[in-house]
Design a protein around this ligand. Structure first.
Ligand code: HEM
Length: 545
């Protein structure tokens, strides 16, 4: 009851109101700045803060190994994640059940291993070639009549009306929104890898899908759908009764979808339904093509996932569950949503940090020119583009990516775990944590902790990641275990290999081929947080090198 809750957390500091309600946290979550709010609370109250009635945020570096512990000490995901479940069928990301998680994780671990992802590099390169051709056209259009290329691409197809990054306002300015192109690229890559066929966004120059995939007259881009869904879920997840399962849950969801006063939440819920429809259509299309004897089935992620899931059906009885369409669709939707905009957003942030620091830009170009060489003027085939083997170990490129991901936390707020009655006892900074407590470690705050990164923790310094810095500047060496971009522990991102492969290739290819400048050099990178922290846009001036 309420009194015992107050007694349990009496020694944990935090805002007075947060002892009684999650509303302050929800308010900042709705505003898209939850990580900044929690950061300010840590600055005011210290390392342990009660941010909601039974939710403690701990930003001490040692907390990472406790909250995201491996093995028998692992804590389960909290009820917050129920807000991401579609149709009562949890997937690898949102399942709270340990055994189900183990089974699904095993099924996806092999298809997403480095070796497996490397085998698919050719498919990624084909999409990169399309991206390059589109950007080449953007450069050419620079010389044609005044045209605002964020509004209309060369083929005249407008970007989705609510695509994050769509430039506001008109005008005769020559600028390209790299976020919009990165979104098209990553969606096409993941759909190609997952279903053997890309969504065709790079061909159409927009992330608005065709009517056959998205329903008649839908003008919203897929990136906007994912953003809205993340924002609604990040808000609703703070009130677990609103995201219950079963018949009551169905009724509550229906009421929220139709009557909740905030349009952002209603749009988020309907976006979630649209994404589920897209995944269902993709899965059905892919499955029906595999029934067609004439067609050669590509060894894509869905194929590999199905093979692994069928194998795991023969595992022990307690984790046996029949493989049905719902399970396949929910995992397919996860691939589509977790594996696309996260990478595009991270690439956007990395490119922004490079362009905002011209000496870093210059040094990267020198490294790339020396190790990869200049690209031919008219790239005729995908194999003329940089290969992962050429760029994966370049020290300056790797260090720049790491440092940009530290500064811009794509995963910015603390991912919540729960201390259950069956958990081993948990102690944080000498304080015993009672069962029923939610715990999280805020990535944004940890990634700016001066005790970890040094006095210059708030500054972008690539040198901290270089093995042997020639710089005379004294920087504290970075330790990757405090970088929470991909989470930590048993629920850490399973797509990290695919994401880092794409990030290296994207950044290397773009820098090698184009002269780029920030369109508004004095403007910070603006971002809005839902579940992930998402840049709003990246406007650049672009021309061929
Ligand atoms: C730069 C890009 C990416 C970032 C920043 C990122 C970040 C994350 C983070 C922080 C988590 C942990 C979430 C949590 O604990 O609640 C996660 C989990 C996950 N990610 Fe990623 N991710 C990226 C790319 C990808 C890609 C390309 C894929 C798939 C193809 C993917 C699939 C997943 C899945 C399936 C999980 C759930 C894993 C589990 O619960 O066992 N991610 N990601």
């Amino acid at each position: 009851n309420w009194v015992s809750v107050q007694r349990r957390y009496k020694d944990i500091p935090g805002p007075f109101l947060s002892r009684f309600t999650s509303l302050p946290l929800a308010f900042h979550s709705r505003g898209g700045k939850r990580h900044l709010y929690v950061h300010s609370l840590h600055q005011k109250y210290g390392s342990l803060v009660l941010i909601a009635p039974s939710h403690i945020s701990c930003c001490h570096p040692d907390a990472i190994n406790v909250v995201y512990a491996q093995g028998e000490h692992a804590l389960l995901k909290s009820d917050f994640y129920k807000a991401f479940v579609i149709d009562g069928t949890p997937n690898l990301f949102n399942t709270q059940d340990r055994l189900k998680h183990t089974k699904r994780r095993k099924a996806l671990a092999h298809p997403l291993s480095y070796r497996s992802v490397k085998d698919m590099e050719e498919w990624i390169a084909n999409n990169m070639l399309k991206l390059v051709r589109n950007l080449d056209k953007e450069c050419e259009s620079k010389f044609s009549a005044h045209q605002d290329s964020t509004h209309s691409h060369s083929n005249g197809v407008p970007m989705g009306a609510e695509t994050p990054g769509r430039a506001s306002g008109g005008g005769n300015c020559l600028r390209v929104n790299m976020l919009a192109w990165f979104n098209c690229f990553t969606f096409d890559v993941i759909s190609d890898l997952a279903f053997g066929q890309s969504l065709g966004m790079l061909d159409r120059g927009t992330d608005v899908l065709s009517d056959s995939l998205c329903g008649n007259g839908q003008s919203m881009g897929v990136a906007a759908m994912i953003g809205l869904r993340g924002r609604a879920a990040a808000f609703l997840g703070l009130f677990p009764p609103l995201v219950a399962f079963g018949r009551t849950g169905f009724l509550i969801r229906w009421l929220l979808l139709h009557f909740w006063p905030d349009p952002l939440i209603r749009k988020g819920l309907s976006s979630s339904d649209m994404l589920s429809n897209i995944a269902t259509t993709c899965v059905r299309k892919r499955m029906s093509s595999s029934d067609n004897g004439d067609q050669i089935i590509r060894d894509d992620l869905l194929h590999r996932l199905l093979t692994e899931l069928r194998k795991s059906e023969q595992l022990t009885d307690d984790i046996k569950e029949p493989l049905n369409e719902k399970i396949v669709v929910t995992e397919a939707m996860l691939l589509l949503t977790a594996g696309s905009d996260t990478t595009a957003d991270s690439a956007t942030a990395i490119l922004w940090y490079i362009l905002a620091h011209p000496p870093v830009h210059k040094q990267l170009i020198a490294e790339l020119d020396e190790n990869v060489g200049i690209l031919s003027h008219d790239v005729a085939a995908a194999d003329e583009l940089p290969k992962h083997d050429q760029v994966k170990s370049l020290p300056y490129l790797t260090a720049t990516i790491q440092e940009a991901l530290r500064m811009f936390a794509t995963n910015a707020f603390g991912l919540p775990r729960v201390v259950s009655n069956t958990s081993n006892p948990v102690t944080l900074m000498g304080t015993n944590i009672p069962p029923g407590t939610e715990l999280s470690v805020p990535a944004y705050t940890v990634q700016r902790d001066m005790s970890i990164w040094g006095e210059d923790a708030y500054e972008f310094k690539v040198q901290r990641w270089l093995p042997d810095t020639e710089s005379t500047e004294c920087v504290k060496k970075a330790d990757a275990k405090y970088l929470l971009t991909f989470g930590a522990g048993p629920r850490m991102c399973i797509g990290k290999n695919l994401a880092t492969l794409q990030l290296h290739l994207l950044i290397a290819t773009i820098l090698l081929r184009y002269k780029l400048e920030l369109y508004e050099p004095h403007r910070d990178l603006e971002a809005i947080e839902g579940f992930m922290n998402k840049p709003v846009e990246l406007l650049v001036k672009i021309s061929r090198r």
